[in-house]
Every structure is written in structure tokens, then in C-alpha cells.
Design a protein around this ligand. Structure first.
Ligand code: SAM
Length: 272
């Protein structure tokens, strides 16, 4: 199997396992999570934003593919001449729209669409942060990013797939191995197959997610594991969490959760 085929197969297998667990796939899978993707566009303590900003030239245009709630699109819009945010989730688009209005950022236009269906003009730079893990046709997705960037493509990709910190809990609650989504080690061979030689920059390691209370942790883990209240699976999760949650100085953590390592994978397209 080629790297592109392997990637597609990993996404299909993970999605099929998720669908088996949750029953019907919601039309907007981000509904419950969108609010977490709101962030102050003027924050100065986000090293990812600074690393991306340092690669932009003054006055450039940016295409943010899978922009979510605008966590990156909005701060970068403060430096770019214009940002086009392509985002298929209505709940994410709502957060992005509200945050742009709240901070009076008026140079971001939103295209509510998946990337492969989006009809947009090329920009100087194409950005795609924490999106590729769920893209089945990664070859077409990357080729379209490349063809829509006049100068530079930047993809932010974790070393391990985003929810890998709860894969162990999945196994204990559901009694089967969680199929992993692809991540950086699978992305680089995909790019090689596409004839792309990227530069990879490792960003600051992000500590495992913490929660303000055991109840907040329980609710988040239940959502990630597709476990609903009042079921046998919830009873099993409660049992597992008795020894899988620990409190350190008032912050609750999942025992054994690993830090996440984000990377910027970038390449010049040479069309400017
Ligand atoms: C983890 S969020 C990341 C959001 C944002 N880029 C960030 O880093 O905060 C992933 C986003 O990718 C979007 N997405 C999923 N499939 C997509 C597709 N085919 N085309 C464009 N965006 C997609 C989701 O709707 C979601 O908003």
C-alpha cells in the first residue's frame, strides 16, 4: 500500500469504529467542542501563533483551511491584508464569526465548506492547522492546498494523533483497541509521495490537558469515548476513572497522558 492509501485506510477504520460506538454520526461533529476553539486574537503568549506569524510577509493574504473558531485565523488577520477561512462546521463558523465581530476584525471572510468542495481564489499562504488527521483523501487535499498557495504552505500537525492520550481509556472501557488516526509520522511519507520536500519545525511541547474538576474531566472523557450517561459503558468509565484520574495542585489529569508535540510542516510553492 502507498503512504496515501495507508493514510486513507487509517482514517476509514478509525471513523468506522467511532460510528459503531456513537451510532448515528452527528451532522456537525464539532457542536460540543466549538466553544473551546475561541481565543483572544490579541493574546501574546501563544508560541504557535508567533511561529506562524514570523513566516508571513507584511501584507500577504492567507487561506486558513479548517479554520475552526478562528484560534489562528483571527490573530494572523491582524498582520495579513486579508484572510479567507474555509470551515465546514456551522458551530465552528458561528464561533469564528462572533469572535471576529467581538474584536472588530473585518478582513476575514468565511467560506462555509469542506476544502475539497470550496471554490476559493489562491492566496499567498495556505495554512491548515490540526485538520489533516481526519481527511480520507489526503492526496487530493494536499494537492489543492499546494495549488492554492502562491508562496508558502504551512500545516500544523501533532507527532501523535490528537486524542491518543485517551486511547488507553478507550481500550479499558470498550474492551477493544482504539484505532489511531494518522499523524506526523504518516504525513511525511504522504508528502514524499507527492514530491514535496517540507521543512519540519518542532514547536514547544504542550503538556497533557488538565481539568478544573474530576466532573469536568469525566464529561470530556465521556464525549471523546462516545459514552453517554446512564449506560453500562458509563458505569465502566466511572470505574476506570477511579484510578485513571489524578489531582496535582488542584488540576485534574489523566494518568499516563503524554504531552503533545506540534510541528509546522511547510514548503515553498514557488508560484509568487
Ligand atoms: C481540531 S479543529 C482545528 C481548528 C483550527 N485550525 C485550529 O487549529 O484551532 C479541526 C477543524 O477542521 C475542520 N475540518 C474537518 N474536515 C475538513 C475539511 N474537509 N475541510 C476543511 N476543514 C475541515 C473541522 O470542522 C474543524 O473545525
Amino acid at each position: 500500500m502507498s503512504a496515501i492509501e495507508t493514510w486513507g485506510e487509517m482514517v476509514r477504520v478509525e471513523h468506522a469504529q467511532s460510528d459503531r460506538r456513537r451510532g448515528v454520526r452527528p451532522t456537525d461533529t464539532w457542536n460540543q467542542f466549538a466553544a473551546q476553539f475561541k481565543a483572544d486574537p490579541h493574546r501574546t503568549d501563544d508560541r504557535t501563533v508567533e511561529a506562524l506569524r514570523s513566516r508571513l510577509l507584511p501584507g500577504e493574504t492567507l487561506l486558513d483551511i479548517g479554520a475552526g473558531g478562528g484560534r489562528l485565523a483571527l490573530p494572523l488577520a491582524l498582520t495579513c491584508s486579508a484572510v479567507t477561512a474555509v470551515e465546514p462546521s456551522p458551530s465552528m463558523c458561528a464561533v469564528l464569526r462572533e469572535t471576529a465581530e467581538e474584536y472588530n476584525i473585518d478582513n476575514v471572510s468565511i467560506v462555509e465548506s469542506g476544502w475539497l468542495d470550496a471554490d476559493v481564489e489562491p492566496a499567498d499562504v495556505a495554512l491548515c492547522s490540526h485538520v489533516v488527521y481526519v481527511i480520507e483523501d489526503v492526496g487530493a487535499f494536499v494537492r489543492k492546498m499546494d495549488s492554492h498557495a502562491r508562496r508558502l504552505v504551512m500545516a500544523v500537525v501533532f507527532e501523535s494523533s490528537p486524542l491518543s492520550q485517551v486511547y488507553g481509556l478507550w481500550e479499558r472501557v470498550h474492551g477493544e483497541r482504539r484505532h489511531a488516526l494518522p499523524s506526523l509520522p504518516h504525513f511525511l511519507p504522504v508528502l514524499e509521495e507527492l514530491g514535496i520536500q517540507p521543512e519540519v519545525t518542532e514547536l514547544d511541547t504542550q503538556p497533557p490537558r488538565t481539568f478544573d474538576s474530576a466532573e469536568e474531566a469525566r464529561e470530556a472523557v465521556a464525549r471523546w469515548l462516545f459514552v453517554t450517561p446512564g449506560t453500562d459503558a458509563m458505569d465502566r468509565l466511572d470505574h476506570v476513572l477511579q484510578d485513571a484520574l489524578r489531582e496535582v495542585n488542584g488540576a485534574w489529569q489523566i494518568e499516563g497522558a503524554q504531552p503533545s508535540i506540534p510541528n509546522i510542516v511547510s514548503w515553498e510553492t514557488g508560484r509568487n
